[in-house]
Design a protein. Structure first.
Length: 373
């Protein structure tokens, strides 16, 4: 069985052809990162136009590299939710035309479910397992119980950690920094943080008084911005031109994000244990999403998994960020189970907002589990 996966939910146009074992037969990815770095954020109409310009080429490239013809495909899997409406629309319209033209089954994919299950492409991780997804648009803790069966333990109440790091990086004008000009905000902060002293900016970890598994980063971003403004004033420099202590601010920001993520995850693990949501034999935490490429954050989470006896798995960075491979893999998983497979003529719509699984965040909050600091 061969599946073509198509991803256009945000700012990456991706396509890939996978076989049933998860072997990548052909892949193509067009990233819009540089364009959006220049404009200081994603402009949806620009993202849409770039998807429109690239989708055809990207899909054909993936097919060509795989040596698979459209008629040999078993199905086409495409992200239809959640994401930017204008971006999702391009991938979906293309896919609808493609499946009708070649009379292929269509598998609509939930982008976050695909992120959560990517790890199973690399090694057999049995359900259920705990997942922390941290990216530019999301921050959530979920128990993956099956291909389309998820429990949502907590999610961000405001912005996502990648978004926060990107905004801090922009406030510090890190794209003008000689070493970071082509890096995402998160990557730039990770690099500068290596040379910084986090103790010089003791930011408060968010949500210390709420004993749930939700996240919040907007308040932290405000703390960081205030610290930057204060330093700019002290040094008498213009906004966004701070030179001293940039490394220290980066280190402190990264550290506080890591501690916040680690604490919520620790609570989620204790909640899962108390409610027997994970197997007692070799329970697993999967860490994914673009922010999961951060080594400091990975280390913080590995301390938590070590102390709680969980196994930590993290797909390689290129599979943590958006790509067509993970969408094709999610299609393979659906095909194996015979779930969510539509005929080529069924009308499908995209959904910019789409919850992930059964929401038990209130139950988690009510349990009010305390974690050691
Ligand atoms: P979503 O998947 O929620 O739709 P997205 O497509 O923006 O959002 P990803 O492609 O998974 O997210 O990840 C991009 C984000 O990851 C950016 O915000 C970027 O700053 C962040 N990021 C990338 N590398 C690192 C790193 N080394 N450290 C921290 N953050 C990073
Ligand atoms: Fe993503």
């Amino acid at each position: 069985r061969l599946v073509l996966g198509i991803e256009t939910s945000c700012d990456d146009t991706g396509a890939a052809v996978l076989d049933e074992t998860g072997a990548i037969l052909g892949e193509s990815l067009h990233s819009q990162k540089e364009v959006h770095l220049r404009t200081g954020g994603i402009i949806p109409t620009v993202a849409q136009q770039l998807h429109r310009e690239n989708i055809e080429r990207v899909v054909h490239e993936a097919l060509e590299r795989s040596g698979v013809t459209p008629s040999q495909l078993s199905a086409v899997a495409t992200t239809v939710k959640p994401g930017l409406a204008l971006s999702l629309g391009i991938g979906l319209e293309f896919s609808k035309r493609f499946v009708r033209q070649h009379s292929k089954p269509f598998i609509p994919i939930h982008h976050m479910e695909a992120h959560a299950l990517t790890v199973r492409m690399l090694q057999p991780v049995p359900f259920p397992f705990l997942v922390l997804l941290i990216s530019g648009g999301h921050s959530l803790l979920t128990v993956a119980r099956g291909v389309d069966d998820f429990l949502l333990l907590g999610q961000t109440l405001d912005e996502a950690p990648g978004d926060t790091l990107d905004k801090v990086a922009r406030r510090l004008s890190l794209t003008k920094h000689p070493q970071c000009s082509t890096m995402s905000g998160g990557q730039a902060i990770e690099l500068l943080a290596k040379k910084g002293d986090r103790m010089r900016f003791p930011f408060t970890t968010p949500m210390g008084q709420s004993y749930d598994c939700c996240f919040s980063f907007a308040g932290l971003r405000n703390q960081i911005t205030m610290a930057i403004v204060k330093k700019e004033k002290e040094e008498g420099v213009e906004q966004g031109t701070l030179l001293s202590c940039v490394n220290d601010i980066a280190a402190a920001a990264q550290h506080t994000v890591a501690v916040h993520l680690a604490k919520r995850t620790h609570r989620a693990i204790l909640f899962c244990k108390a409610n027997s949501l994970l197997p007692s034999n070799s329970p697993t935490l999967v860490l994914s999403g673009g922010v999961a490429s951060n080594q400091y954050i990975r280390n913080a989470l590995s301390i938590i998994t070590e102390t709680t006896g969980l196994h930590l798995l993290c797909p390689p960075p290129q599979l943590c960020t958006d790509n067509g491979v993970m969408i094709a893999w999610n299609g393979v998983e659906h095909l194996r189970e015979g779930k969510g497979i539509l005929s080529p003529n069924v009308d499908v719509f995209y959904e910019p907002k789409a919850p992930l699984g059964v929401d038990i965040t209130a139950e988690v909050k009510a349990a009010a589990i305390k974690v050691p600091s």
